[in-house]
Design a protein around this ligand. Structure first.
Ligand code: ADP
Ligand code: MG
Length: 706
């Protein structure tokens, strides 16, 4: 949105808010402070002047209507002056006209909630940190239906004219975001409710309705088995993969084996491929973009983690197709972030992209020379992210609760999810403030039947102590990623912090210590990846193209007897790359050869991802060792692997097939592999002993979230 947009006082502004509540009871309890018979209080970055008419539309996360009607701005409150306690600006809105159900709801809140304002004026601002309605959109997005029309639901398919533009989509593990670029400038396309990202969560509710994004996330507590989150970790992986097995331990929904040995999910009584799950998210994002643009979006550039292999990239293309999108190009997330930073600026810089999201950490060094973006080195940890920070905080507050109460919170998933949500909210607040209150009212009852609440104040310093080891681990990965290519921290020109968890001030501080430079404020941590993808989508249509040069994010190797793995293409090999591997027959008259192919950096095949088996038939029958074959591995620019084989005696080229249908049991038997899953990747060898405990104790027991 333009920064200096002036509003004409008499033009009605639209206040569309989605609150993070699943039920009206929860709504009443949570927002009582902000409601009175006469009106409500809303936090707003840029309050409209008194007298401005407002249309009010407050919905629960499920889309259920809470308050709908009209009002007028009664007064505004400014931000706090320096030295005063922190207070964000807001406005009191006096109701002028409420829908009948909304009026009933307000009456109910005022009658049952002691904290609700009793007067006929809007209530004053609540203390900072207490829940408040947060203004999201004050104007309908360009091209959307005019205010007054039914908001949430889109028109039937095909009512919009097809767009000629391709959008950029960050299909994130935790959150997804969509952007569009025009003339070298990119912007995020927000939902009608004003969200600039949506949770990558898909669910079926009790009525069999498909929910995607915020509504799906909001009902997760009550419906954990039919709510799919974190699916990006499972996409394109064999069911037996170490990562999938680790997710099965952590996630609440059923992860099953698909027809071809791939991971799939089962919920609401049906099995879905992971491409289908991603397609639900992509379809939602596509609809969000279509609404915002007022055109039917059909083309996109989609980002994936740098370490995504061939199968995973193919699955994302398939998901796009199912969602009605042509995926024009797949681009790596760090490259997209670097593009958002460097595009059109004529830079000559070595940039470290530090991406700490909800569940994963990625570090990449990108060399930016004008519009040439070359990834020099990449590394990360696929099981280190925001959720680990939440877990540490949950452990902390639960211990404090137990110290005070003498008993543990009930072993009930809903109660624990409320603690987790409150802890995450406090963690986020502590990025901006020094103190936050973790408050879960009516958590349980004590032996006397009295309501017991959880109320723990945490300081930023405490949070930093609890999570310092997690941040240290990210720094260690950065150091290794730099060292892998002989780059010293001082050689970097810039550090880009992306991913929601990178907003933590401690991350900032540690990265400044590592590099001796202030990290860049030029990119938005939640939006950079989508913006970069959008820029790429836009430039692809024009001549002044961008050149992207990538490296292999995880080594490619072949399985050896005894479960060892021989690297063929090591990590950080510049793409495209080609390398051959020789093998010979081991029995007399042997006419077939097989070679299992893995991706990963461990010397143990069981710790790597199985890609498939190269099978060669029709070899000449000769004494053992006399038939020698060179298998050539070619990794294309987009990370797509192809394999061919040549009989070294005859020079005949065999068509090698990379079969992925071998069941893992068969494979394991062939290689006599032990079963020892380990999800670490890249510079991150399996965590050494004494490495930070990634999952908090309590978080591990109950907190199954990516
Ligand atoms: P992903 O790339 O996995 O989709 P995101 O980049 O959206 O994830 O990051 C989500 C994570 O960021 C969550 O764990 C969330 O709690 C955390 N987060 C979001 N905002 C903040 C903040 N201001 N301070 C600290 N953590 C934050
Ligand atoms: Mg991300």
């Amino acid at each position: 949105m333009g920064e200096e947009k002036r509003r004409e006082p008499r033009v009605e502004v639209k206040l569309a808010i989605r609150v993070a509540c699943g039920t009206l009871d929860e709504f009443a309890e949570r927002y009582a402070l902000n409601l009175s018979r006469g009106g409500l209080f809303v936090r707003a970055r840029d309050p409209s002047p008194a007298g401005t008419p407002v249309s009010i539309d407050i919905q629960l996360a499920t889309g259920q209507q809470a308050i709908r009607g009209r009002g007028v701005v009664a007064w505004t409150s400014g931000p706090s002056a320096p030295g005063e306690p922190l207070r964000r600006p807001g406005m009191g809105i006096r109701f002028t006209d409420l829908a009948p159900d909304s009026a009933k709801l307000v009456d109910l809140v005022v009658a049952t909630q002691p904290r609700a304002g009793q007067g006929s004026e809007p209530p004053g601002p609540p203390e900072e940190g207490a829940p408040a309605f947060e203004e999201t959109v004050l104007e309908p997005p360009a091209g959307a239906a005019p205010a007054g029309e039914s908001p949430a639901q889109p028109g039937p398919r095909g009512t919009l004219r097809p767009s000629t533009r391709a959008v950029g989509i960050d299909l994130g593990t935790t959150n997804s975001c969509v952007a569009v670029a025009e003339g070298g400038k990119a912007r995020v396309l927000a939902s009608r409710q004003g969200w600039s990202t949506i949770p990558s969560v898909v669910a079926y509710d009790a009525h069999g309705r498909l929910l995607v994004g915020h509504p799906a996330r909001a009902q997760m507590v009550v419906n954990p088995r039919d709510t799919v989150y974190g699916s990006k970790r499972l996409v394109g992986r064999p069911f037996q993969s170490p990562t999938v097995q680790a997710c099965r331990d952590r996630f609440h929904y059923d992860i099953v084996e698909g027809a071809e040995g791939e991971a799939a999910v089962r919920f609401a009584g049906r099995a879905f491929s992971l491409a289908q799950i991603s397609a639900f998210v992509l379809a939602e994002v596509r609809q969000m973009a279509s609404q915002a643009l007022g055109e039917e979006v059909t083309r996109a550039v989609v980002t994936v983690p740098a370490y995504y292999n061939d199968h995973q990239r193919q699955a994302v293309r398939e998901a796009g197709r199912l969602a009605g999108l042509t995926v024009e190009r797949i681009v790596n997330e760090p490259t997209a972030a670097a593009l958002a930073y460097g595009f059109g600026r004529g830079l000559s810089e070595k940039v470290l992209v530090y991406d700490l999201g909800g569940g994963t950490f990625d570090a990449s060094v990108v060399d930016v020379q004008g519009e040439i973006y070359e990834v020099l080195s990449t590394g990360g940890d696929t099981f280190l992210g925001g959720v680990d920070f939440d877990n540490q905080l949950v452990d902390h507050v639960v211990y404090r609760f137990m110290e005070e109460q003498g008993f543990a919170p009930p072993a009930d998933r809903g109660a624990w999810q409320r603690i987790r949500d409150a802890a995450e909210e406090a963690k986020v607040a502590l990025s901006a403030r020094e103190k936050a209150l973790i408050h879960v009212p009516y958590l349980c009852r004590d032996a006397q039947g009295e309501d017991v609440e959880l109320r723990v104040e945490v300081t930023r310093e405490e949070l930093e102590q609890l999570t310092a080891r997690l941040v240290d681990r990210t720094v260690e990965v950065c150091t290794q990623t730099l060292a892998a290519k002989g780059i010293g921290p001082g050689d970097l020109d810039q550090v880009l912090l992306v991913g929601g968890q990178s907003r933590m001030p401690l991350v900032w501080k540690r990265m400044r210590e590592l590099t001796g430079k202030e990290p860049s404020r030029a990119v938005h941590p939640d939006e950079a990846v989508a913006l970069g993808a959008a820029l790429l989508a836009d430039t692809a249509a024009r001549i002044d193209s961008v050149v992207l040069i990538d490296v292999l994010a995880m080594g490619i190797g072949v399985g050896l007897p005894g479960g060892r793995m021989a690297q063929v293409l090591p990590r950080n090999t510049r793409l495209p790359a080609r390398k051959s591997y020789e093998l010979a027959t081991v029995r007399d008259g042997q006419t077939e050869l097989e070679l299992a192919v893995f991706q990963g950096d461990s010397a143990q095949a069981s710790e790597c991802e199985y890609l498939g088996t190269v099978k060669l038939g029709d070899l000449p029958a000769r004494p053992r060792g006399q038939v020698r074959v060179a298998v050539e591995f070619t990794m294309g620019q987009e990370g797509i692997l192809s394999v061919s084989a040549r009989d070294l005696a005859s020079g005949k080229v065999e068509q090698a097939r990379l079969a992925t249908r071998d069941t893992p049991e068969v494979l394991r038997a062939k290689l006599q592999m032990p079963q020892a899953p380990s999800p670490a990747r890249g510079a991150a060898a399996p965590p050494p002993q004494g490495a930070p405990q990634r999952r908090g104790f309590f978080g591990r027991l109950f907190g199954k979230r990516p």
